[in-house]
Write a protein that binds this ligand. Structure first.
Ligand SMILES: [Zn+2]
Length: 128
């Protein structure tokens, strides 16, 4: 999959996440979200996901014989994403929090896109 396709897929994943997070928060507060807040949330989350989605390819460069090794492992990347996502919840500024949530899910979105290719991804590392 080309890098530009990865970028757009991850932006969309992040933006959809941002929209759903607004919906979830409005379900809790029983206050309808401001439409501008939904747009800003989608853009912030999409930008965060776009920023970090290349991390798996930085860890396992496509030109390296190690490509799609531990940096493309579902468990290591999933653990890192969940840990970063939970850490983002402590940020008080809602736009910064949404950006960091998007940044946390960016690498997972990369794996989702790579999983759709014939080479696929690994559970932990190559061979596992
Ligand atoms: Zn990759």
């Amino acid at each position: 999959m080309r890098a530009q396709e990865h970028s757009w897929i991850n932006f969309i994943i992040g933006a959809v996440h941002g929209i759903f997070r607004c919906k979830m928060e409005s379900d809790v507060t029983k206050i309808s979200p401001d439409p501008l807040e939904v747009v800003v949330s989608a853009l912030a989350s999409g930008a965060g996901a776009m920023l970090t989605h290349r991390l798996p390819d930085i860890i396992d460069p496509p030109t390296s014989p190690r490509h799609r090794n531990v940096g493309h492992g579902v468990l290591p990347i999933g653990f890192a994403s969940v840990t970063a996502y939970r850490a983002a919840q402590s940020v008080q500024n809602p736009i910064a929090r949404r950006f960091l949530e998007g940044a946390a899910i960016g690498p997972a979105g990369h794996l989702l896109a790579d999983a759709s290719t014939p080479a696929g991804v690994n559970l932990i590392a190559r061979g596992f």
